[in-house]
Design a protein around this ligand. Sequence first.
Ligand code: IMP
Length: 207
Amino acid sequence: MRPLEKGARLVVASHNPGKVREIDDLLRPLGFAAVSAGELGLPEPVEDGATFAENALIKARAAASASGLPALADDSGLCVDALGGEPGIHSARWGGPDKDFAMAMRKVEDRLQEAGATTPERRKAHFACALALAWPDGEAEVFEGQVHGHLVWPPRGEKGFGYDPVFQPNGHDITFAQMDPRKKHAMSHRARAFEKFLAALRAASAR
Ligand code: IMP
């Protein structure tokens, strides 16, 4: 990875203050700071990529070129094998304008029933996260993480968000929504993508 100067500010291409704070907490020990695209008043680009990586790159490149600073963006979702990878990059959209994930989880379940997917083997799914780092000149790198498991029905647990109540990670008998959030955050698709990014950042800033 291209070295980043210590003390550099990285734009986080998200208008979600919670996400920006979390990323700032990860960057500070390494001597970097996060500033949000919202704070800089950057416009949100149209995410019309065909993959998580493409959408993350669209957001990171737009923020880097508008701000003149290196920028980070992520894109994530749930991919269900028996549904050909859907909802995938459309995971947020399946929740509709009201972000109704009870409805989105039911839609996934209805499709699985239509496909006759009744055994855990036929109900395999994974969460995926792509994290893109882009420089103002357009150079970029993508780091990806996944966590594999299967879908259960009915939904179980009150913690987490989105599709967490139906996702049971391999090696566990509880869903992400039943799991202590610290445990989920240590093994999630996002954690895995961030670990790769932080390792590359450490190596680049040690040079
Ligand atoms: P985005 O990456 O913010 O565009 O949204 C991804 C969508 O995927 C979210 O709205 C959630 O529905 C879903 N998703 C991504 N990560 C998770 C997760 O860790 N748990 C549950 N749902 C997730």
